[in-house]
Design a binder for this molecule. Structure first.
Ligand SMILES: [Zn+2]
Length: 367
């Protein structure tokens, strides 16, 4: 029997709900003010503006522009100012604080260490600095009354040939907060099978990994990521809808790959706003997340790049509520899906679901 009245689902109340984020890029989530201050500190030239509001708008507009060149320019600026330890510590600490203030209780934040070596930092120095930043940020968030746990994923860039080295780095730091590994960067021309030695190594080490697949590229990249590389989760995976047919009479047919993904409960790290920006989906209302949720795939909601998409976990969920009519039960389902899919021990996942997520939503649902 309900003991209290349900709270209305609004952008403000969604912030209060416990949320879990599995796909968020460290270099895609800086505060505009931090970009400006770090650029100033290290003498980084070339920011389009040093006005905080204008810069925030510039990042979103450039990522929205449909031009790959301008999209890549956004990351050139963020990575450009993350080339020393102090910068990495600050960016990671602020990331933890921002996510915690938004109601995220567990996050896996990813980055490619090889992008921060321009001024001579070693890969080990980079990983240690990021971990220190997350430790600091988690501590500061706790002081402000927000409990968050953050794990990191180390990405190897598809176009470079360093995936085994980065996979070894991820394993070396797995007891220090690195939860897993990922392959990022352009899908076209760089199939995940180019990195088989890294995946083989990770399997032998009982380590976790996800792969960016099925965003820009279609079903073959999803198939390769799962069946050749053995990915546990799919970064985006949007194009899995290409293997689902909806007849005029509304009956739905899953192809073999889509069936496999659903049967095996392979988590889809979906990032609605980002997918609209890159053209992987026409709009939020048209995003395959609606159909995939209806079909009970293991769907999770994510931010991808908060700075470039001008979004947060709460705003992504609010957009889904607006366009698909979701309520608390749906948001809780996405959240539990994500927690079940985290690269964290079973007992720890269960503890967060039972002690944090379920009570948090029960309070909002008035039960
Ligand atoms: Zn991504």
């Amino acid at each position: 029997m309900p003991t209290s009245t349900p709270v209305a689902v609004t952008p403000q109340t969604i912030r209060m709900a416990p949320k879990v984020l599995l796909h968020d890029h460290l270099d895609g989530g800086l505060r505009p003010r931090t970009v400006i201050e770090l650029a100033d500190a290290i003498g980084y030239p070339g920011l389009p503006t040093t006005n905080e509001e204008e810069l925030g708008r510039w990042f979103v507009a450039a990522a929205d522009s449909g031009s790959l060149e301008r999209y890549l320019e956004t990351f050139a600026h963020t990575c450009g100012v993350m080339q020393d330890e102090a910068a990495l510590i600050r960016v990671a600490a602020e990331c933890a604080e921002d996510l915690a203030a938004d109601g995220v209780v567990y996050a896996e934040v990813r980055y490619a260490p090889e992008l921060f070596t321009e001024r001579g930092m070693s890969l080990d120095t980079i990983v240690s600095a990021v971990q220190e930043g997350f430790r600091l940020g988690t501590e500061r968030a706790a002081e402000q009354g927000h409990r968050i746990r953050v794990g990191t994923l180390l990405c190897a860039m598809r176009q470079n040939a360093r995936s085994l080295e980065i996979a070894e780095l991820a394993v070396r730091y797995r007891d220090a907060g690195v939860a897993g590994f990922d392959i990022a960067g352009p899908e076209a021309g760089f199939p995940p099978t180019r990195n088989l030695d890294a995946f083989e190594y990770l399997h032998q080490q009982n380590a976790h990994f996800t792969i960016h697949a099925g965003e820009a590229f279609g079903l073959p990249s999803i198939w390769e990521a799962i069946q050749h590389c053995g990915a546990e989760r799919l970064g985006h995976g949007v194009r899995i809808v290409d293997d689902i047919k909806v007849d005029e009479n509304g009956s739905i047919h899953l192809g073999r790959l889509a069936g496999f993904v659903r049967d095996r409960r392979i988590p889809l790290e979906m990032c609605p706003s980002s997918n609209v920006q890159t053209g992987a989906a026409a709009s939020i209302a048209d995003h395959p997340i609606g159909l995939l949720t209806k079909l009970r795939f293991r769907v999770t909601v994510n931010t991808d790049n908060r700075l470039m998409s001008g979004c947060s976990m709460s705003s992504e969920m609010a957009a889904l509520v607006e366009h698909f009519g979701y309520g608390w039960a749906d948001l809780r389902w996405f959240t539990i899906n994500a927690m079940k899919s985290a690269f964290l021990g079973f007992d720890e996942r269960l503890a967060i679901i039972d002690d944090v997520i379920k009570p948090g939503y029960a309070e909002l649902m008035g039960s």
